[in-house]
Write a protein that binds this ligand. Structure first.
Ligand code: NAP
Length: 310
């Protein structure tokens, strides 16, 4: 039976990447009915909008790609960030629990404080150091407390051919200046949103196995959802780099002649503090979803090629 899958945040990087992947894989649209919505249809800043949206419709799965993502602005808009990243996630999770829907939610490496000296595993202690990270962590915790079935995928340094991101900012700045200062003491792993979209769908298929199970009756499916666990996964592209290395790679691959100067975080003050080391260990998702994760420079090449074609 065709499964209905709601995707929020359709105009964001991940939302648009999911649409791209679904269009490219016609099999997916045969197996599932994807419904992509933006804030005009489902406004996570408004509890009433969420209630109204789900009043008369149910989905087999919900993929929440919507979020308050402006990390610096969150410092001056903590209530709005909390509403979208925490309270709305709680409401979605409660709805998922009540309606037996499977919820996939995206979280961030910024739930950690960045003081580790080895890649973070899913069970490591969280300790966000900015408002965005705190609101995202509260969203995770509310989802866990709801008892809904689903998965949380923490990711980092997301870029794509869509929306605003570091790659597009560097390409734009390189047109305006012949040298740029970029931080070299924050270390993480870039994530191409197309790769992340594929992983979201892999997790959906893996965990929400009844999606592919033709024999299940509706009643049996509901019991399965109720009994299924909520897993946290870490996902980013393979390898690590600093923002400086990331910028250098963007210009090298694109054959752009722009000098990159390495600077320290303290030389580029921002309203929100950021973790110095936010590398995540991806062993769990690799093993459970049978993934081979692309190296970050290879995925960066794909994105730059896509940008050139657009
Ligand atoms: N970007 C990163 O570097 C990064 C890193 C780690 C984790 N993540 C997480 O990954 C997920 C996807 O991020 P992304 O990069 O795709 O983010 P994005 O490009 O900023 O997209 C976020 C989406 O959320 C929507 N949104 C914001 N406020 C909303 C509201 N009140 N109601 C409904 N929708 C609303 C936005 O709508 P509009 O288009 O209308 O503004 C946008 O489509 C998020 O959960 C984010 O926290 C991102």
């Amino acid at each position: 039976m065709l499964k209905s899958i709601l995707v929020t945040g359709k105009n964001g990087q991940l939302g648009q990447s999911l649409q791209k992947v679904v269009i490219q894989n016609s099999e997916l649209s045969i197996q599932h009915a994807f419904i992509f919505v933006g804030r005009d249809q489902l406004d996570l800043a408004s509890p009433q909008s969420i209630t109204d949206f789900f009043r008369s419709q149910r989905f087999d799965a919900i993929i929440n790609c919507a979020a308050y993502t402006t990390v610096d602005k969150a410092e001056s808009e903590p209530e709005l960030a909390d509403q979208i990243n925490h309270l709305a996630v709680k409401q979605l999770a409660d709805i998922a629990k009540a309606l037996n829907s499977f919820l996939i939610h995206i979280s961030t490496d910024y739930v950690f404080d960045g003081t580790n000296h080895r890649p973070y595993v899913e069970t490591d202690k969280t300790n966000p150091i900015n408002t965005y990270g705190l609101t995202k962590l509260k969203g995770e915790q509310a989802m866990q407390a709801s008892g809904c079935a689903g998965a949380i995928i923490r990711t980092s340094w997301v870029y794509s051919e869509f929306g605003n991101n570091f790659v597009k900012t560097m390409l734009r700045l390189a047109k305006e200046r012949d040298n740029l200062n970029v931080i070299y003491d924050q270390i993480g792993s870039p994530t191409y949103a197309t790769d992340l979209a594929q992983v979201v769908l892999a997790v959906l298929n893996n965990e929400f196995s009844m999606l592919n199970d033709e024999d299940n009756s509706g009643e049996y499916e509901a019991v399965k959802i109720q009994n299924s666990e909520l897993n946290i996964y870490h996902y980013a592209n393979e390898g690590v780099c600093s923002w400086y290395d990331f910028a250098k790679a963007i210009f090298e691959i694109s054959n752009i002649n722009c000098q990159v100067n390495s600077i320290e975080t303290q030389d580029y003050p921002t309203p929100a503090k950021r973790p110095f080391y936010s590398v995540m260990n991806k062993a769990k998702i690799k093993q459970q979803a049978g993934l081979v994760i692309p190296y970050w420079r290879d995925s960066l090449k794909q994105c730059l090629m896509q940008l050139e074609q657009n």
